[in-house]
Unconditional design. Structure first.
Length: 166
């Protein structure tokens, strides 16, 4: 199956990005930007969804040029950041899947910047990620929940379909 067939087959019409509500004004103005573009354009981020170690790992693997996304509105990183109080007002941004066709996009069956994690062309999503398991509400600590999609550079604000509390 190609990407469109896969998305249709599994009923995937949205993908998700978590952040803190304090970042919403900047996102409305600039879109959701990769770490690289945020820093290149000196855009102040009130509250990152990742810590310094994660940013360093992203840079090392060239993932700082991508926006990190989740297939479902549930990701272990969001849970941990919320639990630890590192994101005081978490929100989920619902994003139209069309972004996967517009920019260079990749998929990873785990957190993309993990040491031995491999990212693949988005067309291989059904081969790389167990979508059936992921979309059928796996247990809280199931590894499939760590799967990520990454989209190069930026996601325009117009691609955000909705905003909900995290």
């Amino acid at each position: 199956m190609n990407l469109q067939e896969t998305l249709t087959h599994y009923g995937i019409t949205s993908i998700w990005h978590f952040t803190d509500r304090s970042n919403l004004e900047s996102i409305q103005k600039h879109g959701i930007l990769s770490l690289f573009l945020l820093q290149q354009n000196n855009i102040n981020v009130s509250c990152y969804g990742a810590n310094q170690l994660s940013h360093d790992l992203d840079r090392r693997k060239g993932l700082d040029k991508y926006v990190h996304l989740s297939i479902i509105k549930d990701h272990p990183m969001q849970y941990i950041k919320k639990r630890n109080g590192e994101i005081p007002n978490p929100i989920w941004l619902e994003i139209d899947v069309s972004v996967l066709f517009e920019n260079q996009s990749r998929c990873c069956k785990e957190v993309a910047n993990k040491s031995f994690a491999k990212c693949y062309d988005i067309q291989k999503i059904a081969e790389i990620i167990d979508l059936k398991m992921l979309l059928n509400h796996p247990p809280a600590r199931h590894p499939v929940k760590r799967a990520e999609l990454i989209v190069a550079n930026k996601i325009d604000y117009s691609k955000i379909k909705g905003i909900s509390n995290g």
